[in-house]
Structures are given as structure tokens and as C-alpha cells.
Design a protein around this ligand. Structure first.
Ligand code: PLP
Length: 455
């Protein structure tokens, strides 16, 4: 279809103005289908996301999110899930906080830091629908899980129940403590595709015993990119007097969150993944009734009867100020929230979700392997999903070749004797990124099949 792209102009920082004939046609471009006539004259590649500022007079401002992010444009970056990526304005805020600290370190760290952190907690609390004093910034979700695993007074005879989809570093935190304190860590197998929420709850609950003291679960899992029905599990656990610890490393930014409604006793999450805040910005939430169970991981000025300052509660004092540090990532979280709000993130997310679904469908069609999600997938995944790979002889080498030969950054995962590829789609990704992945997979799987048949 031809769009009458009368004029296409590029302004600073990825702002484009395109004058077209009718609003109806711009709906096409909004999905990224810029017709060839316009593409040749203007934008290559087509911006990953467009913001239509005005559609009444045929003047459209288009904003490319790709230009906002610092990720190497030469890389087909389909692994937002591992470490996130930060938009330029948020990164500038982060560096500004670092400069402010260096300008007057004594004033910053000795006097002002409590107020700055309180403001940053208020913004995050609003975003998570939680009271600012019920959450504290920590460097990352691994840290958050460690705080809880070390704090809870578990011992011989006690059990922690989890699934076989948990993130390795966090499993290690529990296993380390179980070795130290003598409790048992049970990793319960949950099949793929996941059963529906009520069946999953029953299957998981069959692992609960009279000795189960804690349930530990990912909200969105790392190796399998599935969303667990944590609300239902937390509610049942509360009735049974079992504490719940939710690893929400992937949730903020991918899912709208209401922490009190989720009902976990403890919920840790990362802001540096899908919320796009700078690296090293995570949080630990504890519901008020459970906060007394938390102890400091690093014992510093915030502990003891004779403490010389307080942030208002023992929970905050235990964790908020573990000594001299660079707190800039925490203080930039409000800027990340603001960035997403000002870019209509619900629309970005739903566009990303569509593209993930297309990508997974195309990979499944290429491999001929069944989907790892229920059909239709509904809310089983968000911006990150997996597809099965046929047997790959050397998976790390396969992943390396995707990068070396095609510049595609994407994780290939070995889990439960199966092999997956995990695709992440963030606002800066385009259909062209998925096309490149498919082209690479097609070429490499043919080679792989030929190699296998020779053996
Ligand atoms: C489910 C899950 N939990 C925890 C983490 C750990 O995140 P971090 O390294 O930021 O602590 C990850 C990292 O990818 C994860 O996927």
C-alpha cells in the first residue's frame, strides 16, 4: 500500500516528522509497516516504535526508541532479559547523580542521602502500589533473595519449596543456607507447557508437606520465560501459614505490578531489567507484618540500640545504607519510571508482546517443534519467551556462532535435558531484528542437521 509520504524530516534525538495523507494510513506505519515509497526516502531501519503526536492535520511526529538506547546499533540485541538496557536520558540522570556526589561527597553521603533515597522509594512505591517504607533498594534480585534466605530462622526439619524453573544464583543462595542451617531445599518439577493456573497450583501444592516453612518462586522464570500464578500460590500459602518469597527479577516493567495485591511476604525485583534503570538497581519489598523477620546482610551503622541515625524503621535501617557506595542507580529509578510513562509504555509492551508471539511462531514453524506454551498462550509470557531447538550438539558454540556470524545476541538455554532459544523484545527491537534471527537460525539449523546426519 502506498503512503503519500510528502515530507520526512529527521530532528535531533530520533524525532521524525512525517507528513502523510491520512490518519488511516498512519495506522499502518504505527505497526512498523512503512511502505517502500516512504522507506527509501527517509528512515532506515524503520523506527522501532512510533509516537503519533498529532493525527489531525496530517503531521505526525515519530520517535524512534532505538535512537534512545545506548545499545550498539550493529548488534541485533534480542537479550534484554539478561541485564536490561538503559535509555540515554535515564543514563544521563544516573551520571548526573554521580557528579552530584563527587561535587560534595560529605554533604551527599553524610547528610542528604536519606532524603534522596526516600524520594526514590516514594516513586518506586507509587509504581508498585506499595508504601515507600515497605521497600528498600538493593543492588539486585540475587541480593534480595540472599537477604531473605539468610534472615529466616530455618533449621533441621524445615523445608523450602521451589520449582525447577528457578534462577541458578538464587537457588544457590537457598542451597548454601540449607547446607549451613540444615533445612531442605526442594525443587519441584513443573512441566512445560505449563498447565492452567489452577492445575499448576494443585500440582505444585502437592509438594507442600507439614514441614514446608517457605515457598520460593519466580514471578517470571529465567530459563523458561513463563509467568507463574504467584497471587494464587501466595494466597494459599498465607492460609497455610507458609512464608512466600517471590523472585520478581523480570517483572517490573514487563508486568503492571501491585505488590500488596500479589500478597507475598517478600518480593524482590530488578529495576535494571525491564524498567530500564541503570545496572545495580533492585529492591526488596516486605509486607509490614513480615518486616521484623529481616536482618541486615551487611551489618553497618543501621544496626543496634545505640545507632546514631535512623531512616524510620528497623527494616530500612537494616538494609538501606550498607556503607559508602555509589547510590546513583537507585536514585535514577524515578527517571526510568518517568521515561516509560512518557513513552506510553503500555502500548510499547503490547507491541513487543505481539512481536514476541510472531517470533516464537516463526521459530516453531522453522524447527517443526511444538510450542512450549499453551495455545493460545494468553498471558503465559510477556516480552520474553522461549522456543524449542532441535538437538544441537554444542549449544555454547551454536550461541557463539549466532553472534560471531550474524551479530545476533540471544541466549541458548539447556534446561531439563532440553534446549531452547530465549527471545526478549524491548521497545527498541524491530521486525527486522526478528527477520535476522530467523535468517541466521535457518542457515545454522541446516548446517546442524547436516552435521548430525554425518555422525
Ligand atoms: C528469575 C531471575 N532471578 C534473579 C536474577 C538475578 O538478577 P541479578 O543478577 O540482577 O541479581 C535473574 C537474572 O537474570 C533472573 O532471571
Amino acid at each position: 500500500m502506498a503512503v503519500n509520504a510528502k515530507k520526512c524530516l529527521k530532528f535531533d534525538a530520533g524525532i521524525w516528522v512525517i507528513v502523510v495523507k491520512s490518519a488511516a494510513r498512519v495506522c499502518e506505519t504505527r505497526r512498523g509497516n512503512l511502505p517502500a515509497a516512504a522507506r527509501g526516502r527517509t528512515i532506515s531501519p524503520w523506527p522501532s516504535f512510533v509516537n503519533i503526536i498529532s493525527d489531525s492535520i496530517g503531521l505526525f511526529m515519530i520517535h524512534s526508541l532505538r535512537d534512545d538506547f545506548l545499545v550498539d546499533p550493529e548488534v541485533v540485541f534480542l537479550n534484554h532479559g539478561s541485564f536490561g538496557a538503559t535509555p540515554r536520558p535515564v543514563f544521563e540522570t544516573y551520571q548526573e547523580w554521580q557528579r552530584r556526589l563527587e561535587w560534595q561527597p560529605v554533604q551527599f553521603l553524610g547528610t542528604d542521602i536519606g532524603e534522596y533515597l526516600a524520594e526514590a522509594r516514594v516513586a518506586l512505591g507509587r509504581y508498585l502500589n506499595a508504601a515507600a517504607d515497605d521497600l528498600v533498594y538493593v543492588p539486585n534480585a540475587t541480593f534480595g533473595v540472599n537477604v531473605v534466605a539468610r534472615s529466616l530462622r530455618l533449621g533441621p526439619g524445615d523445608e523450602v519449596l521451589a520449582t525447577d524453573h528457578e534462577y541458578g544464583a538464587c537457588e544457590n543462595a537457598w542451597r548454601f543456607m540449607s547446607r549451613d542451617r540444615g533445612f531442605t531445599y526442594n525443587s519441584r518439577p513443573v512441566p512445560l507447557p505449563l498447565p492452567d493456573a489452577s492445575e499448576l497450583l494443585e500440582q505444585f501444592w502437592a509438594g507442600v508437606t507439614p514441614r514446608t516453612r517457605v515457598i520460593f518462586l519466580s514471578h517470571i522464570t529465567s530459563p523458561t520465560a513463563v509467568r507463574f500464578p504467584v497471587e494464587a500460590i501466595c494466597a494459599r500459602a498465607r492460609e497455610a501459614g507458609i512464608l512466600t518469597v517471590i523472585d520478581g527479577a523480570h517483572a517490573p516493567g514487563q508486568l503492571p505490578l501491585d505488590l500488596p495485591a500479589i500478597g507475598a511476604d517478600f518480593y524482590t525485583g530488578n529495576c535494571h531489567k525491564w524498567l530500564c534503570a541503570p545496572k545495580g538497581s533492585g529492591f526488596l519489598y516486605a509486607r509490614p507484618e513480615a518486616q521484623h523477620l529481616i536482618e541486615p546482610l551487611i551489618v553497618g551503622w543501621g544496626w543496634g540500640e545505640g545507632r546514631t541515625f535512623t531512616f524510620g524503621t528497623d527494616f530500612l535501617d537494616s538494609l538501606q545504607y550498607p556503607g559508602t557506595n555509589d547510590y546513583a542507580a537507585y536514585l535514577s529509578v524515578p527517571a526510568a519510571i518517568e521515561f516509560q510513562a512518557s513513552h506510553d509504555w503500555p502500548s510499547v509492551r503490547s507491541r513487543c508482546r505481539e512481536l514476541v508471539e510472531q517470533a516464537i511462531g516463526r521459530i516453531d514453524a522453522l524447527t517443526g517443534l511444538p510450542s512450549l506454551y499453551p495455545q493460545p498462550a494468553g498471558d503465559a509470557y510477556c516480552q520474553m519467551a522461549i522456543a524449542a531447538l532441535p538437538p544441537i550438539i554444542d549449544l555454547p558454540a551454536f550461541k557463539k556462532q549466532l553472534y560471531d556470524d550474524f551479530r545476533v545476541e540471544i541466549p541458548c538455554i539447556q534446561w531439563g535435558g532440553r534446549q531452547f532459544i530465549r527471545i526478549s523484545i524491548q521497545g527498541y527491537n524491530t521486525v527486522a531484528d526478528v527477520d535476522t534471527l530467523l535468517m541466521a537460525l535457518e542457515a545454522m539449523l541446516v548446517g546442524e542437521a547436516a552435521g548430525a546426519s554425518l555422525r
